[in-house]
Design a protein around this ligand. Structure first.
Ligand code: HSE
Length: 401
């Protein structure tokens, strides 16, 4: 019998219990042995819950029980999840997590601890919810040198931008509606400011490079400045606006970035709408591959956690290889990164804009009082200098081809 403990009986934790309960036979068959929930750690009581008798309030009950071999950490946040995960790994118990904050902050250390203790620290659910992406990066694309990852990694912002595109609505109105429907948190900062996508691309970038990409080093811009007028232009250009999380490697230069981009209808991520996520990966042998699905939600995320539980069960006493060193990657200064930019300015600045930016593609979208254009490719630094010289940029959005 493989005994599993779940830390945190919230949305994902209760999903893990539900997935194991509903698919017990299948999961046990795939794990090679019967698998069941022995404990659920939570501060709260759950009277009437079918798993009420499994709930404990003291983590030591779990950590000192030699019968527990696998722990699902679905608490979120850094502490106490970090301390509990370290203690579990040091006692030889594998940990499967959905906690992107913790993986992005302490991934290499926890992976090393797992290796030292012949167990595993697995984190499939930390990026892209239920979409298999960590396992493909770790086990499937091993013949590749991956040079580009482009992801829609946040469901909340993708839902908001999809609604804005479909309804011509403004950010604040759609955010309010998303909060009412439970698609956005009451405090939506981590999603709308891009911090959540930043943690996720830091994890994927680390797996891409095999070294540590610090999330703190990633240039991150959210969607709060995107307006209904930007979508009027996007439509006229045959484009959509998406919050993209990018990693790019080019001749030893490496950068990662989270920001809204205008993408053309021909882009594989153009049709990824609502709460769906997708990750577009380019390898030097395979070329393009794409991973698509539900990037959030109770059961999809729990399914990914449980897939890691099965992997831990199959590799009892052995550590699955994962290349994520503690050495930090030095990211290319974002000021040197090149893009084309879509720019909106006041109509009266048309002549000056043409003088400052030179060759541009003018965008006609019948927006009164404005002049809009797409620049040639230039560095972020060059763009910032020209924007300052122009004196008024109503908005600017990077262009992804
Ligand atoms: N808030 C996240 C999202 C949840 O909207 O994608 C999944 O990490």
């Amino acid at each position: 019998m493989i005994n599993v403990a779940v830390l945190g009986y919230g949305t994902v934790g209760s999903g893990v219990v539900e997935v194991i309960g509903k698919n017990k036979e299948e999961i046990s068959k795939k794990a090679g042995e019967e698998l069941g929930i022995k404990y659920i750690l939570d501060l709260r009581e759950f009277p009437g819950d079918p798993y009420e008798d499994k709930v404990v309030h003291d983590v030591d009950v779990i950590l000192t029980d030699p019968d527990v071999s696998i722990i699902c950490e679905t608490m979120g946040g850094i502490e106490p999840a970090y301390t509990f995960s370290k203690r579990a790994l040091m006692s030889g118990k594998s940990v499967c997590t959905s906690n992107k904050e913790l993986v992005a902050s302490h991934g290499p250390e926890l992976i090393r601890l797992a290796k030292e203790n012949n167990c595993n620290y697995l984190f499939e659910a930390s990026v892209g919810g239920g979409i298999p992406i960590i396992r493909p990066m770790n086990y499937s694309l091993t013949a590749e040198k991956i040079d580009a990852i482009t992801g829609i990694l946040n469901g909340t912002t993708n839902y908001i931008l999809s609604k804005m595109a479909a309804e011509g609505a403004d950010f604040e109105d759609v955010l309010k509606e998303a909060q009412e429907k439970g698609y956005a948190e009451r405090n939506p900062e981590a999603d709308v400011e891009g911090y959540d996508a930043c943690r996720k691309i830091a994890i994927l970038s680390s797996l891409m490079t095999g070294k540590n990409v610090r999330y703190e080093d990633i240039y991150t811009e959210g969607i709060t400045k995107i307006t209904a007028t930007d979508f009027v232009y996007a439509k006229a250009m045959g484009r959509s606006i998406k919050l993209l999380a990018l990693s790019r490697e080019n001749g030893g230069d490496f950068y990662a970035m989270v920001a809204p981009f205008m993408i053309p209808v021909s882009h594989p991520l153009y049709s990824v709408n609502d709460v769906f996520n997708a990750v577009f990966v380019h390898g030097n042998m395979l070329g393009d591959s794409m991973y698509y699905g539900r990037g959030a939600g109770k059961l999809p995320t729990a399914s990914a956690v449980v897939s890691d539980v099965v992997d831990c069960a199959r590799h009892a006493g052995k550590t699955i290889m994962c290349f994520w060193d503690t050495e930090n990657v030095k990211l290319t200064d974002v000021a040197q990164v090149k893009h084309k930019f879509f720019v909106r300015t006041k109509a009266e600045l048309e002549k000056k804009a043409l003088e400052v930016f030179g060759s541009v593609g003018v965008i006609e979208a019948d927006v009164a009082g404005e002049f809009a254009f797409v620049t040639d490719e230039m560095t972020e630094k060059e763009f910032a200098g020209k924007a300052e010289e122009l004196g008024c940029v109503l908005n600017r959005i990077r262009i992804e081809s």
